[in-house]
Design a protein around this ligand. Structure first.
Ligand SMILES: Cc1cc2nc3c(=O)[nH]c(=O)nc-3n(C[C@H](O)[C@H](O)[C@H](O)COP(=O)(O)OP(=O)(O)OC[C@H]3O[C@@H](n4cnc5c(N)ncnc54)[C@H](O)[C@@H]3O)c2cc1C
Length: 507
């Protein structure tokens, strides 16, 4: 029998030594994932303290804790002690015509309540709160429901807010304990041979070689972009913002909120991220529509408590056409970037790392060109879905009519999800039918994510359902149950106190 790799030409040599360039969250998560899931690999990570890390990226989705604790088996005690995360159950969006709506990591719209005839989205013309336990918790400002002994029930699809420097320090410690070799040096030049990387030459430690190079050098994209010259696919047809202004203040008596807030601004939007000791705010805006000075004035007027000097981060949205080229795989900001509207970057890093490990497993550590093409297709589809998911946020936000938002409503392309929107207009928020308009796999956000935006922003559809009184009663009864459990829940502060008490045990 001819094996797949033989049919593609001579079998590639097995990968034994991996060199990760970059020690931001992407490099560290990639190195940890490779080392913990493939312990026989020799994994070396070289990062530059001279250059440092981007230092932003502080909200996660539920994929992140699941990966750290479930897939990688990292100790919760250690992680909570070192990284000092707070919890978020999702996003509170000050967006569209409603006062607010929530997006969580559970199911609000891809479900039907007992005693009703249709999916939940058909009953939410007036009000869309308390549709899941997570959204009910966010509505009531609590992090978790209360379990036995008045302890928080820390399970389900929760996520984190973590200060970037604490996360990086914590991951470095875990990586070193796991056997990743950590080095500090700055790349000087890349030596190429036959279209592949032959060696990396560093300023102090000379040259290093490996069987596989992971480019986690952030926006610099030293290997995939500069050395290999892989074309960059811009997302500028859907996402018009290209700058973020970041600042914050020390927390005083503000409650620690169990969600990231995303608030519509004149020329983009503003996040609010909740750390235990501080509040971090960032204004993502489009420099074609507003100058840095005017953006700063709007940002400071909205956030009079800001004490730190706003820092501007410039970015371009898009991805490299292929992330895996020859013996280089790009992960994190080196592979692509979109603004942090849904805190998607860390999740994408986790997926890229896992898909890489799976590709190595499937090929016995000798990935052929077919495997690399499959990996690239999957990563590309995932990036494009994120682009389109964010595009829905822009296309349908009717909250403001500034030139920026008018442009977004008129010009944003929905990419591969245009058909899903068309079908939604015809059939309404029916997950059973809309699932057939999902264009590609992987589909990380499911019908759920797109419905959360369409229903949250009250995007009209034709087949409006007039609920019978008994249906409405059943619908409200179910929401009331979720709201009651949420009201009796514990705040982020109370849950943090609980896990720090002696006798606390993670289940
Ligand atoms: C404004 C903003 C807000 C964000 N918010 C979020 C969020 O809420 N949630 C989220 O998930 N993501 C967010 N992100 C994305 C976030 O930046 C990434 O998730 C994450 O930090 C990964 O970064 P990275 O490791 O790819 O790059 P970096 O942190 O930039 O790391 C690059 C590494 O490469 C090294 N390096 C670079 N060049 C060289 C060289 N020549 N020699 C040696 N080493 C080198 C650097 O020293 C560094 O260690 C945000 C991004 C921005 C810009």
């Amino acid at each position: 029998m001819v094996s797949f790799s033989e049919s593609q030409g001579s079998p590639a040599a097995a990968i034994r030594r991996v060199l990760v360039l970059g020690g931001g969250s992407a490099g560290l998560i990639a190195a940890l994932t490779l080392k913990r899931l493939m312990p026989a690999l020799e994994v070396t990570l070289v990062r530059s303290s001279e250059i440092g890390v981007i230092g932003v990226g502080e909200g996660t989705t539920a994929v992140f804790p699941a990966h750290l604790f479930g897939t990688l088996g990292i100790s919760k005690d250690e992680f909570y002690r070192e990284a000092q995360p707070t919890w978020k159950q999702g996003l509170r969006l000050l967006w569209g015509p409603r006062d607010e709506f929530f997006y969580d990591f559970e199911f609000q719209y891809d479900q039907q309540f007992p005693g009703t005839r249709k999916a939940t989205g058909f009953y939410t013309a007036g009000e869309c709160r308390n549709l899941s336990q997570a959204s009910a918790l966010m509505t009531h400002g609590n992090a978790f429901t209360t379990g036995p002994l008045n302890r928080p029930v820390i399970k389900g699809q929760y996520a984190f807010h973590i200060e970037n420097h604490r996360l990086v320090a914590c991951l470095e410690g875990t990586a070193a304990q796991s056997g990743v070799i950590l080095e500090d040096d700055t790349l000087d030049r890349v030596e190429m041979a036959n279209g592949e990387v032959a060696a990396l030459h560093f300023k102090n430690s000379g040259s290093r070689t490996a069987d596989l190079y992971v480019d986690a050098s952030g926006f610099a994209a030293e290997l995939i972009g500069k050395a290999l010259n892989e074309p960059f696919k811009s997302f500028a047809g859907s996402l018009f913002c290209d700058r973020a202004m970041v600042a914050g203040w020390e927390r005083t008596d503000e409650p620690i909120l169990p969600y990231t807030t995303a608030e519509t601004m004149d020329n983009g939007w503003c996040w609010q991220i909740e750390h235990e000791g501080s509040i971090n705010r960032g204004y993502v805006y489009a420099s074609d529509f507003v100058s840095d000075e005017d953006a700063k004035a709007e940002f400071l007027a909205k956030n009079p408590k800001i004490t730190t000097e706003p820092r501007i981060v410039k970015f371009r949205s898009g991805r490299y056409e292929r992330s895996w080229v020859g013996n280089v795989v790009a992960i994190g900001n080196a592979s692509g970037f979109v603004e942090p509207l849904e805190a998607t970057a860390l999740a994408q890093i986790v997926y890229e790392s896992r898909w890489l490990v799976e590709s190595l497993h499937l090929t016995g550590g000798s990935p052929d060109e077919g495997m690399k093409a499959s990996y690239n297709r999957i990563v590309g589809v995932a990036w494009d879905e994120i682009r389109d998911f964010l595009a829905f946020h822009y296309k349908f936000n009717t909250r403001l009519s500034t030139p920026f938002w008018t442009h977004c409503r008129n010009e944003t392309s929905l990419g591969n999800y245009e058909d899903l929107y068309r079908l939604y207009r015809e059939v309404g928020p029916s997950p059973t039918l809309l699932v057939h308009a999902i264009p590609n796999r992987p589909n990380v956000y499911g019908v759920e994510g797109f419905l959360a935006m369409l229903v949250g922003m009250q995007v009209p559809y034709e087949r409006v359902h007039l609920a019978a009184p008994e249906e409405r009663e059943a619908f409200d009864r179910h929401r009331h149950k979720l709201a009651t459990a949420a009201k009796g829940g514990l705040s982020v502060r109370e849950a943090l106190d609980a896990i720090r008490k002696s006798g606390w045990q993670w289940t």
